[in-house]
Design a protein around this ligand. Structure first.
Ligand code: SAM
Length: 736
């Protein structure tokens, strides 16, 4: 792939000076240059110069079509949006001229695919600054933004997508993402978990920074996964968890991602401040915390058990360690130290436990990479090379022994060449370091009494570590700037409803949910434990983890909002408060509808109105409040339907769209609020925009004009009696 001449140095390239002008950041750093030239990474100065040249350029744009929002095996949405891109957008990106040069069209990255879709990931060799600024890319830009907001397209740096791929997550896995914010990799982990309809595992996404853990919530909410738990712990002391309620068992994780905090010198193409801020001490100062996080991850990882003749029993568990830095002190040195410490720990030796690096050379076919290195140089903050560690040498102050390369014997054992290094010049990306570990033992487990006693001891040791961690609070070397924790961390408790709760029974009865509906995994988030405004649902395993570890987990978020109590505060101009409140008023949230419909009989349920009449849908989509009289004219069967559902406040429209096998079309379902004279589709304005574009080919300008006109109309009609103020932005966004 050609380099990106146009993605010039201006991308994100500075800060406003005091005079208000943008100041260019100079893309030079002599300390960085000298340091990397001395490491055995590039074969000569010329190779370094090529590397540096790429580091100075802006990054190409990469985007992935996700099955993110669509948490079932049915990937029809993913396919439809991909087709839309190929038909509607891609032709306009062929032979685009910019500044007298022809820009090559976006290309597919071959090493990211699912069994069914081979063109999920695309790279376009032009910087996002230019895409944002230039008129010829406007439609493409609007498409990206629109689908990104809905979670259908992920815009993520190419190399940052590698670590989750190497984890090989399966739907039954218990996954821990130790340093997860802002959540782009967690999003991928969730996609893999939901690759089949029956995800029985879960993803626990953790970040030590309180604010960033909430940022994670914001990012991951759009995935609508009932198998997600977001927590806020220092990963160095991540608590030991249990499953099984009162009969609690230690719960290890099958897949762990340690995407640790790092100096970020692989991201210079995007984060230009790295040019200004990079120091030797930056990487050195992070080494210990990176090692601590990795060690904790290895401790929590499920052990792979092999027979004497080297056959793996059961599924393979693995841990991936990654950084967006190319510095060996943050990479190979951490990996080597973790193997060294784990394999020489008497506790592990006694139990026959070891760790080793996995061979990933056959994975990700087509990804250009370079092997990890076996030796490197260690420099102190004054850029002096220190040949070996000596605790009495003051030049070694702030350095630790674990930073030095392995011995000859260790090189044999550690196989650091199995680590993956990706450099910007290899395929026009950022830089990344990735490696996969397994923890293993040879010999079939024999759960004797003795082992049980050992486990008990281990449990006590763990309890002590966790308590210690709580007491230590923030370590001085901690790179995370911790925002103050609220006094009562779990401000809004997560309380599961008893399965025979009155409201749940009414909901089941009203919607005719079948006996398989998991009514015991519904929860509320308020101190009273009663359903007041919203009811969420989780998967059974998530409920078990939350309940069994209530006192150990600093829970930030879990559950998908499923039922919402519709109240008179909604702007329904033709009704009065008493009328709305006298009805059954628990409606199903749009995002949870596919899940709820699994428990409803689509053929016999009277609440579901099925149509393939696109004019009918068009009218509903075009207006916030659609008069029945108009709809009856378009679809007489709707009148019959309305006669059967007069008592209910909520119904569904099922839009049965016929697509061919090449032109897949997702069937769409919408929750609908039925007023006295008109109906209201309960979808947010972003989804409305996408549907108007996707189904009826309106331009973004037309859509925005339409939305403004409709909201002005609604405002003019609403009066204090029929429309109480909307309580929160979130609530406000639920309707169109
Ligand atoms: C490289 S970023 C992670 C990026 C993330 N995996 C993604 O793909 O979006 C590192 C994260 O680690 C968090 N962090 C720093 N120290 C931590 C610690 N001791 N425990 C857990 N998280 C930590 C930071 O707040 C930051 O969000």
């Amino acid at each position: 792939m050609g380099r990106n001449k146009r993605s010039n140095n201006k991308q994100n390239s500075g800060k406003r000076s005091q005079t208000g002008n943008w100041k260019e950041i100079e893309k030079e750093n002599i300390k960085w240059e000298t340091y990397y030239k001395q490491q055995p990474i590039f074969k000569d100065d010329q190779e370094f110069e090529t590397f540096k040249k790429f580091c100075k350029e802006g990054l190409p744009l990469t985007f992935r079509f996700t099955n993110g929002n669509n948490i079932t095996t049915d990937n029809s949405r993913q396919k439809e949006i991909l087709n839309l891109f190929k038909k509607d957008i891609l032709p306009h990106l062929h032979n685009v001229e910019y500044e007298d040069e022809v820009i090559a069209a976006p290309v597919v990255i071959p090493w990211y695919e699912t069994e069914e879709i081979h063109d999920i990931l695309w790279q376009y060799n032009i910087s996002k600054t230019i895409i944002r600024k230039k008129e010829q890319f406007k439609k493409f830009q609007q498409f990206l933004v629109m689908e990104n907001v809905l979670g259908n397209i992920a815009r993520q740096e190419l190399v940052s997508m590698i670590p989750p791929l190497l984890l090989k997550v399966k739907p039954s896995d218990k996954v821990l993402d130790m340093c997860a914010a802002p959540g782009s990799k967690t999003m991928q982990l969730l996609e893999f978990l939901h690759a089949s309809d029956d995800a029985s595992g879960f993803v626990m996404a953790n970040d030590a920074d309180f604010k960033r853990s909430h940022m994670l919530t914001h990012q991951l909410k759009k995935i609508n996964s009932p198998n997600l738990i977001i927590v806020n712990h220092d990963a160095q002391f991540f608590p030991k968890l249990f499953s099984g309620g009162d009969n609690r068992n230690f719960m290890s994780f099958d897949k762990i991602l340690c995407d640790v905090p790092c100096s970020g010198d692989g991201t210079m193409r995007k984060n230009v401040n790295v040019w200004k801020e990079w120091t030797i001490q930056g990487g050195n100062g992070l080494h210990q915390i990176q090692l601590n996080i990795l060690k904790r991850g290895l401790k929590l990882l499920t052990t792979n058990t092999y027979t004497e003749d080297n056959q793996l029993i059961g599924n393979e568990a693995r841990l991936v360690y990654s950084t967006c830095s190319l510095n060996p002190i943050e990479n190979e040195a951490v990996v080597a130290a973790a193997i060294r410490e784990f394999n020489s720990d008497p506790y592990n030796i006694k139990r026959g436990l070891k760790v080793r690096l996995l061979d990933s050379s056959k994975d990700l076919n087509g990804l250009k990479r370079v092997d990890g290195i076996n030796w490197w140089k260690v420099f102190n903050r004054d850029a002096e090379e220190i040949a070996e560690y000596d605790e009495n040498n003051e030049k070694c102050a702030k350095l630790s022994k674990s930073m030095w390369p392995p011995t000859k014997e260790e090189i044999e054992e550690f196989k650091l060449n199995r680590c993956i290094r990706v450099y910007p010049q290899l395929q026009n990306t950022g830089g990344f370091f990735i490696t996969a570990f397994e923890k293993y033992k040879v010999g079939v487990e024999n759960p004797t009494k003795k082992v049980k006693i050992d486990e008990k001891t281990e449990e006590n040791e763990e309890e002590a570590t966790v308590k210690e961690a709580d007491a230590v609070s923030t370590a001085a070397t901690e790179p995370v700037k911790k925002s103050r924790m609220p006094r009562d961390f779990n401000e809004e408790p997560f309380i599961f409803l008893p399965s025979d709760h009155e409201v749940t029974s009414k909901i089941i009865d009203y919607y005719k949910l079948n006996a398989n509906f998991p009514q015991d995994t519904l929860l509320v988030r308020n101190a009273s434990g009663e359903p007041v405004k919203s009811i969420y649902y989780t998967s059974p395993i998530v409920k078990d983890v939350i309940q069994t570890n209530e006192s150990r987990l600093k829970l930030v978020f879990s559950g998908v909002k499923m039922f919402i109590q519709q109240s008179a505060m909604k702007t329904v101009p033709d009704q009065n408060v008493a009328d709305i409140n006298s009805r059954f008023n628990w409606r199903i949230q749009n995002e949870a509808l596919p899940h709820a419909l699994k428990y409803m009989d689509l053929d016999t349920n009277k609440l579901i109105f099925k149509t393939s009449n696109s004019e009918f849908i068009k009218l509903c989509m075009h207006h916030n409040f659609c008069k029945y009289e108009e709809l009856y004219k378009l679809e007489p069967s709707f009148k019959e339907y309305m006669q059967k559902v007069t008592s209910g406040g909520c119904a569904f429209i099922y839009f049965d769209r016929k697509g061919t096998s090449e032109d897949v079309k997702e069937n769409l379902m919408f929750p609908v609020w039925l007023g006295k004279n008109c109906l209201n589709f309960m979808i947010n304005k972003e989804l409305q925009q996408e549907l108007l574009y996707k189904l009826f080919h309106l331009s973004m300008e037309e859509i925005k004009a339409l939305q403004e006109k409709e909201s002005a109309k609604a405002k003019a009609k609403s009066t204090p009696t029929d429309a109480k103020p909307v309580e929160s932005t979130e609530e406000k966004e639920e309707t169109v």
